[in-house]
Design a protein around this ligand. Structure first.
Ligand code: ZN
Length: 117
């Protein structure tokens, strides 16, 4: 029983640490993206590996900076274009052309709106 408790504590520690590392790596990527886009991509790559290794999700706000096509760091105004299309925000990666969409109107604010498919 003691073993199990230790394992759980270790996992909690790892998950916490993984979250901190992911945030830190994205902070570094943001600073590096203008001068060293290659470094920014590397930071994102490491962050994704950490998230998979510990099965921690990348926070939604940070995930928007990752291109799902090429896996690179997308910085609006640097290597990404942000446009609005109806109810979605489109973020286009200017390196590979991959488009990321996410709704910018929350459904809870629009009770009369159409239900999500
Ligand atoms: Zn891309």
């Amino acid at each position: 029983m003691k073993r199990r408790k230790q394992a759980a504590a270790r996992k909690a520690f790892n998950v916490d640490m993984a979250g901190q590392r992911i945030e830190r790596l994205f902070g570094l990527a943001e600073r590096a993206c203008r001068d060293r886009p290659d470094l920014a991509d590397r930071y994102v790559d490491i962050a994704r590996r950490i998230s998979m290794r510990h099965r921690v999700s990348i926070p939604g706000g940070l995930k928007r900076h990752v291109c799902k096509e090429c896996g690179g760091y997308m910085a609006p105004g640097v290597n990404a274009r942000v446009r609005i299309d109806g109810r979605n925000v489109l973020i286009t990666c200017l390196r590979c052309g991959g488009i990321k969409r996410y709704p910018y109107k929350s459904e809870s604010r629009e009770p009369t709106g159409q239900p999500a498919p």
